[in-house]
Design a protein around this ligand. Sequence first.
Ligand code: CA
Ligand code: CA
Length: 176
Amino acid sequence: MMIAKRQRLILTLALALAACGGADRPSYDGGLSAIDAGPPDAGTRDSGAAHDAGPADTGAAPDAGLDTTPPWVTSTEPTDDAVDLASGSRMIRIEFSEAMDPSVDALTARIMGSMSGSQITLNVSYGLDGLSADMIANLPAASRVSIDLQALRDLAGNTIEPSSATTDKVLNFRTR
Ligand SMILES: [Ca+2]
Ligand SMILES: [Ca+2]
């Protein structure tokens, strides 16, 4: 009687353990022989981490998948639509919601007014964290300047979306 009861208990434990070890068990990483502790997902396996919805990689860390969130501009200096700015050499700074692709290293400024219709190329220099971009522009007097920001993109290649800092994705200002 006691033995039969014990066997039933063992069987129940074995069934419970089998139910625990399903698709959620961490798997070995093919690249670095480390256990991938990340949650499994519906993505495609690659040669790196086992549970990975993103592009092929060789890292051991689980991959959160492709970044499809567009970055946006959080602030600019000067602010969009600023007027009455001093002419001459000036630092322009743009700050972003996430790190940006530093390979986009030039923007075009269109200038209307005293130098009507001219364009200048601005060399873009990013902060170490990629969250800010600086450029120096030599601004003519009595001009309207517009810098199109649509070439900028995050590290996954998403272009910027409108934000309160730049509703039209173009930084505009005027010099006196
Ligand atoms: Ca993004
Ligand atoms: Ca604007």
